[in-house]
Structures are given as C-alpha cells and as structure tokens.
Design a protein around this ligand. Structure first.
Ligand SMILES: C[S@@+](CC[C@H](N)C(=O)[O-])C[C@H]1O[C@@H](n2cnc3c(N)ncnc32)[C@H](O)[C@@H]1O
Length: 278
C-alpha cells in the first residue's frame, strides 16, 4: 500500500523548469514509468482553472457553496468557523482531464472560502510522486497514509470533504468516523449524490454497502451541482451535502449509539483499502 508518502510542503519558489519525473509508487499496481512533465501539467492546470473560474458553472457553484457554509452558523447563532478542506479520490490529474478540472474547482473553492494552505489536504492512493510534487507546488498538503476516509473532523472547524465521483465505501467510512451530531453538523461533503445512491441501490444492498449513507439521508440537505459546465462528465451526479444541526435534532433515539465500523463483504472497485489496517 502507499503508506510511505510523506507530507509535501509548498515549494512555490522553486523554478519550474520543464522536467520529467518518473512516478514511482510503492504499490506495484500503480507503478508507472511514464514521465510526467511538471511544467506542462502546471500550465494545463492554469489554463483549466482560468476556464473554470470564468464559467457560469463556477459562479453558480460559488453561490451555492457560500450559502451552505453560511446557513448553518446563522441557524444556530454560532459565529462562522474557520474552514478546512480534505479531498479524497481526485485521481491522476496529470493525465486525466476530469481529475484536472476537479482539482481546479478545489483550488478555486480554497481561495473563495479563504482556506489556509495548511488546512487543505488531499489523498488518493493512485497519486504518482510527480503529482504529489505538483500538489506541493500548488500549496496543498498530501496526507501520508491511506486513512480509508475515516477522518473525524475537528469540532471547531467546518470541514469540506471533496470526494468527486468517489465510491460509496469511502463516503460511508467518512460518515461512520463522524457519527456524532457535533461532528456531522460541521461536515460538508461534495461527492456523488446521496439521492442517486439511495434511488439506484436496492435498500437491502445499500444497508450492507452504504448503511451510514442510508441512515443519514433523511436528515441531510442535498444541493446538486449545476450541469452547465462545458464537459458533462466532470461534475455530473455530484451534490453538496450538509447536515444542519436543527435537522439532526430529529433523529430517533439511539441513532448515534455505538456505530459499528463498516466492513464490506463485497469488493467496491472504486475503493482501495489500506492493507496495513487489515
Ligand atoms: C471513480 S474514481 C474517481 C476519480 C476522479 N475523481 C473522477 O471523477 O474521475 C475513484 C477514486 O478514488 C480513489 N480512492 C480509492 N480508494 C481511496 C482511498 N482509500 N482514499 C482516497 N481515495 C481513494 C481511487 O484511486 C480513484 O482515483
């Protein structure tokens, strides 16, 4: 597994010569000997970001995000909390256009929500070394181990979990790790629409493969991302999910008690487990 990644700090000052780095990864499945041209990838990211941020799609997303982030504080009278972002499952943005535009949305949201560089973390077991280096150049931190999405959010921070097109297991694990009213009310998830998941998965199967998604769904607020972006397969079926404290008041008794850690009998092709945790 890829637990030997180290946190990469920003090295913005480094001159970006056109150089190729061979991605080497400890997982033989994701080893690649193809070179990645860092300067070229950076240029493509800049171009894509400019295109994204000048689109109507992004103007709408910005408004939607802002509303979600503001509304909870207003409802319970608390002051606005500082923000953090965690991105799982971005994919190989150096070669995949979908992942590249998704990264650009994260960069734009980070700026818009004024998230401190140190508070913007990413992890994908498929990241190649050169991609980790690029993320460092862009001021992101890369998480150094596969936490399988089981990251409890901090109670004094609102955490945006950005999980574009990620599998059910990852999202289900995240909900489990935050299975407390005080935690979930600080969590915002941008990922596959819970409505689509619940509508398209037979209930008995969902109990096994995404039981926490199924249980929280009635108390969650879901706002779909607009479908107006030029490429239709980048932000499709994606929604902003939040768990407003006043809605979480309505859960039945015992709802939060002793949540069992998820254990999946069937393989989720979109989820890579941390073999060190097995
Ligand atoms: C369906 S792909 C989505 C990739 C890209 N975001 C897209 O929309 O095309 C799911 C991604 O989740 C990543 N993934 C799988 N297990 C993960 C884990 N334990 N933690 C973080 N990411 C994981 C995979 O490596 C893959 O890149």
């Amino acid at each position: 597994m890829t637990d030997d990644f180290t946190v990469v700090k920003s090295k913005r000052s480094r001159k970006l010569k056109s150089r190729k780095i061979t991605g080497v990864c400890s997982d033989p499945d994701v080893q690649s000997h193809e070179g990645i041209d860092i300067a070229y990838t950076m240029r493509k990211i800049t171009e894509s970001r400019n295109e994204l941020t000048s689109s109507d799609f992004y103007s709408s997303v910005k408004d939607l995000i802002e509303k979600v982030f503001q509304s909870d504080g207003e409802k319970d009278g608390t002051k606005e909390l500082p923000h953090q972002a965690v991105c799982y499952g971005l994919g190989n943005f150096s070669e995949c256009i979908i992942a590249r535009y998704q990264l650009c949305l994260l960069m734009a949201m980070r700026e818009h929500l004024k998230i401190d560089a140190r508070e913007c973390l990413l992890y994908d077991p498929k990241f190649r070394n050169a991609e980790i280096e690029i993320l460092g150049e862009l001021g992101f931190k890369v998480i150094d181990k596969n936490e399988e999405g089981k990251r409890p959010c901090s109670l004094d921070t609102r955490t945006l979990f950005y999980m574009p097109h990620c599998g059910k297991s990852l999202c289900n694990n995240l909900l489990w790790a935050n299975w407390r009213k005080e935690h979930l009310s600080n969590v915002v998830i941008i990922g596959n629409s819970f409505t689509s998941i619940t509508d398209n998965t037979p209930s008995r199967l969902l109990t096994k493969t995404g039981g926490y998604i199924q249980r929280i769904y009635p108390y969650c607020t879901e706002v779909p991302l607009p479908t107006t972006f030029r490429f239709t397969d980048i932000f499709n079926d994606t929604a902003i999910h939040s768990f407003p404290a006043n809605q979480l008041e309505n859960v039945p008794e015992g709802f939060w008690e002793s949540p069992p850690e998820p254990c999946y009998e069937e393989e989720d092709v979109e989820f890579i487990a941390n073999k060190n945790l097995l």
